[in-house]
Design a protein around this ligand. Structure first.
Ligand SMILES: [Zn+2]
Length: 350
């Protein structure tokens, strides 16, 4: 099956590599992201070597620092030391294969449900272990996305828009793994097939894959049909590569009007701390913006486009963690702050 999937990806990647420079770049150049910013992240050279061209787990010795190896996502990928340290196409292939099986099962509506594509006996063992560990948890603590969260301690959601973009995203995930943090990646649908391995890593390591429209159109400029298609096609694109259908959406540019709000049909997640990393591309400014404002329940906006944002994250993730902030996904933040997310509603923090 892996071969079949791979060739499907390869064909899609080839098509994308031909179409991408002509269409997507032109569109992105019109965005607030800054002139030409989208060009460099487009690794789909006309040569067509689009999919998984860089080793996804190049820092894999640092990735897995788990409190609970059985309750987390992607245990199939990372359950043994040998697999953790493997820097090879096999590791990537394994992740791809696992995620693809999830996709084909058609049953994955959330990150949690994507976890258990094991054999029944593996599932039973994992459930017993998870149950045992949950029983052993201290008061006010829960297992979530493979690590313990303390409900009486502060939580914040670091969010990264406009990916996937492996050069930046893998650095963020490396640092998150070292600190038991989880991020939310609001991704542009027409990019995900080109970077399937990175998206699969997000799922495997407990991050939230989220919708940022299919082609980063400012939806307030369009009618109902286009808005619905942008949302739906992004969800489908993400689900196709990783098996998880996003449950939250962020509007490109944050632009909304009544037509947008009526037609997105997902919870709309904006932010309350805007680092403006796309504007200054300065790690220190991003750090200052976050550290000067951060408090429990915040949603921080950054972009998975810039090395400066990865640099800032290298500092922010361990520093915030050391200060007692638990780095959680948007859906975790809502859930553990007692908010039931509703479609067509806008959220800025929890
Ligand atoms: Zn964006």
């Amino acid at each position: 099956m892996r071969k079949k999937i791979f060739s499907k990806f390869a064909a899609a990647a080839l098509l994308l590599s031909l179409a991408f420079p002509l269409t997507a770049n032109a569109e992105w150049l019109n965005e607030e992201l800054g002139p030409g910013e989208a060009v460099w992240v487009d690794e789909n050279s006309p040569g067509g070597q689009a999919t998984s061209q860089s080793p996804v787990y190049e820092h894999s010795e640092n990735i897995i620092i788990r409190v609970d190896p059985n309750a987390g996502m992607g245990d199939e990928v990372s359950s043994t030391p040998d697999e953790n340290t493997a820097v090879s196409p096999d590791t990537t292939g394994n992740a791809e294969s696992v995620a693809s099986e999830s996709a084909e099962s058609g049953s994955s509506e959330s990150g949690e449900s994507a976890v258990s594509e094991n054999t029944p006996s593996e599932d039973a063992t994992a459930q017993e272990d998870t149950a045992a560990q949950e029983n052993a948890l201290p008061a006010n603590a829960v297992m979530s996305n493979g690590r313990i969260l303390y409900l009486d301690r502060p939580m914040i959601a670091l969010t990264y828009d406009d990916g996937p973009n492996p050069k930046v995203g893998n650095r963020i995930m490396d640092k998150m793994a070292q600190n038991n943090g989880r991020a939310t990646f609001f991704m542009v649908g027409n990019r995900v097939a080109s970077y399937a391995s990175e998206v699969q890593r997000m799922v495997a390591e407990g991050h939230e894959v989220a919708n940022h429209s299919y082609s980063h159109k400012y939806l307030n400029k369009y009618g109902a049909e286009t808005i619905r298609a942008e949302v739906e096609n992004c969800n489908t694109a993400i689900q196709n590569v990783c098996g998880v259908r996003p449950s939250v959406m962020r509007l490109p540019g944050g632009n909304k009007n009544s037509t947008v709000l009526a037609n997105v049909n997902m919870p709309i997640i904006l932010w309350n701390i805007d680092t403006r990393d796309w504007d200054h591309k300065n790690a220190q400014k991003t750090i200052n913006e976050v550290m000067s404002k951060v408090k429990d329940g915040d949603i921080v906006l950054m972009h998975e486009l810039y090395n400066a944002t990865a640099d800032a994250s290298d500092y922010l993730i361990p520093t915030l963690t050391a200060q007692g902030y638990q780095l959680v996904t948007v859906s975790e933040l809502a859930k553990y702050k007692g908010v039931t997310l509703q479609p067509n509603r806008v959220y800025y923090s929890f």
